[in-house]
Write a protein that binds this ligand. Structure first.
Ligand SMILES: Cc1cc2nc3c(=O)[nH]c(=O)nc-3n(C[C@H](O)[C@H](O)[C@H](O)COP(=O)(O)O)c2cc1C
Length: 191
């Protein structure tokens, strides 16, 4: 069983990557394979609204010049998809938005490619706006016919400077509980 997490932060190996790391520690203890993809430095383009994905129906976005088709392939291969973003002005990062718009549209154009896979959103924030960012990612999962896995709180870690999220013990515990719930559900589905 494979869980792929996308880190939509503009900052590599920051708080958002650390939150994914706490989740992965638990998943690995449960015997589940994990992979993290960091979008930092990739500069993914936004959706260009050409609707070619509905004409081509080949499981790919027409824009081939960046990392998004590789991300879509990884999503299609995964049993669970985690999308993580820092909060930027009370919403998700540009990188995360490019990913969910293009993967979401390509999925819809191809009969909902991620249907019934598990999904979980993770957000980091300094102070406020994280719930809105969390909701934005969950809209991608729920329109894609995916199954959203919950935890003991909304999946939000607090911190500003790189590494500060380690001091948010409740945020870390939320990742551990999410990992246990995801592993439990994956075993129920896949045996
Ligand atoms: C452009 C920008 C906008 C931000 N907007 C918010 C915000 O609205 N609310 C908030 O609590 N933190 C905000 N932050 C802080 C980040 O969400 C926070 O530092 C987060 O931990 C960064 O995660 P990273 O280390 O993975 O990059 C903002 C940071 C940046 C760079």
């Amino acid at each position: 069983m494979l869980v792929v997490a996308f880190n939509g932060s503009a900052r590599k190996n920051g708080n958002t990557a650390m939150m994914i790391g706490y989740l992965f520690e638990t998943l690995k203890q449960e015997g589940i394979t994990t992979e993290m993809v960091q979008l930092s430095g990739e500069h993914p383009h936004g959706c260009i609204a050409c609707y070619q994905c509905f004409k081509n129906k080949n499981g790919r976005c027409i824009v081939e010049s960046d990392c998004i088709n590789g991300c879509i392939e990884k999503m299609a291969a995964a049993d669970a998809i985690v999308i993580a973003s820092p909060t930027y002005i009370a919403d998700i990062s540009t990188e995360t938005k490019a990913l969910i718009d293009r993967a979401g549209m390509t999925s819809r154009a191809n009969g909902d490619m991620f249907k019934r896979k598990l999904g979980a959103a993770i957000v980091t924030q300094r102070r406020a706006g994280g719930v809105h960012a969390f909701d934005s990612i969950n809209h991608f999962f729920t329109i894609s016919q995916m199954i959203v896995v919950g935890s003991s709180y909304w999946n939000i870690g607090f911190g500003r400077e790189k590494g500060e999220v380690a001091e948010d013990s409740e945020g870390v515990a939320t990742m551990r509980d999410l990992g246990r719930n995801m592993a439990w559900l994956l075993r129920k589905i896949h045996g």
